[in-house]
Ligand binder design. Structure first.
Ligand code: PHB
Length: 364
């Protein structure tokens, strides 16, 4: 690599992993799971092509059947899925990479047609989101959820624990608990969706309780140096807001520090969009308050990523869309080579087109 002076190409020790660069592939939903909602041979090829990333965070993957909210997203709850993921992790490791699995439960961002027995999706409270999802018929409004009973929460925590154990059995180097983007754990955190009156609703401490229990279970199961978490404190994505996010997320950091997980992965601003959506929110308080590594995400390009690392604002930078269209993004950044354009029409669903057929630079 020619660009040795760039801070993006300094190595980084992340838990037991030596990352050769600071370029992280963000989790990207591609809706191409196969039979039994297991990843296919095409997924093996897709991740193999991207193994030069310092770290791959594989796509959001449901921890149990009712955690699904979109058509053809993969799971990590069946043996068939664990076996299929092994082929992915083996390919990435054989190519010298590292790969983390994102553990997902969508909560209320789902549709009855995707739910076991056509039941209502589960959520902290029976508050429907003004959001849409992608099902067999195309885009539809999400369904009215039902509130989880207090006595259903221990099983939910156990299902995260089991998913973390399954991910390690499948060869993943770590897991990332998805507590962002308006999905289940985020719905518990932020008061726009959490109207509970039990120990999991109301005060900040109560709303952070479920995330704490899930993180604790995963850390206990596979070790804290194999558990990261994704947060999106101010993203309005999936119709979720909080009335006072700064103290909420500073408390999240305090709670996480008590568990010493591997990293926080923070979407700075509105998911996939405006970084300035909440100009008063202080992401530096999270970055500097958290004792582990900080992965920054949202709208970074090479120059902005270098500046963030140089300023100490982040340890690692996650890139989403650039990795869709550029399997060799790391090499392109190193050479300052031009990037392929992304074709939005082939993002969700389909086969190899727009998935494994984006060209790498010619050698030489
Ligand atoms: C999506 O499928 O649109 C999606 C999934 C997971 C995210 C964000 C968006 O975190």
């Amino acid at each position: 690599m020619s660009d040795v002076k760039s801070p993006l190409f300094q190595g980084f020790e992340l838990g037991a992993m030596h990352l050769p660069n600071r370029v992280v592939m963000a989790p990207l939903t591609r809706n191409r799971a196969g039979k039994g909602l297991a990843p296919t041979e095409l997924a093996v090829e897709y991740y193999r092509q991207r193994a030069s990333a310092g770290l791959i965070i594989a796509e959001a993957t449901q921890i149990r059947p009712d955690g699904q909210g979109y058509l053809d997203t993969p799971g990590i709850h069946s043996e068939e899925q664990v076996e299929a993921w092994k082929a992915v992790t083996d390919a990435v490791h054989a190519a010298g990479g590292h790969i983390v699995l994102q553990l997902w439960h969508v909560g209320r961002i789902s549709h009855v047609s995707l739910q076991p027995g056509g039941q209502a999706p589960v959520a902290p409270s029976a508050v429907r989101a003004k959001a849409q999802t992608f099902v067999a018929e195309g885009m539809v409004d999400v369904s009215e959820p039902r509130a989880l009973e207090s006595n259903e929460l221990p099983q939910l925590v156990e299902d995260y624990r089991k998913a973390a154990a399954n991910a390690v059995r499948a060869g993943f180097d770590a897991v990332e608990v998805h507590a962002a983007n308006g999905y289940l754990l985020d719905q518990f955190l932020r008061d726009g969706a959490n109207r509970r009156t039990d120990a999991y609703g109301g005060s900040i401490e109560n709303r952070v309780r479920l995330l704490n229990e899930v993180m604790e279970a995963c850390c206990e199961e596979i070790g804290p140096d194999r558990v990261g978490v994704r947060l999106s404190p101010v993203s309005p994505f999936n119709d979720l807001v909080d009335s006072d996010p700064q103290p909420l997320f500073e408390h999240v950091i305090d709670v996480l520090n008590g568990l010493s997980p591997l990293y926080i992965h923070v979407i700075e601003g509105a998911t996939g969009g405006d970084r300035g959506v909440a100009p008063d929110f202080d992401f530096g308080a999270l970055r500097h308050g958290f004792k582990g590594a900080y992965i920054a995400n949202n709208g970074y390009d090479k120059a902005f990523a270098e500046a963030a690392i140089e300023a100490g604002d982040a340890d690692l930078i996650a890139f989403g869309r650039p990795f869709v269209a550029n399997p060799d993004l790391v090499r392109r950044y190193a050479l300052d080579a031009p990037l392929n354009d992304l074709n939005p029409a082939t993002l969700y669903g389909g086969g190899a087109e727009g998935y494994t057929d984006y060209p790498a630079l010619q050698e030489g």
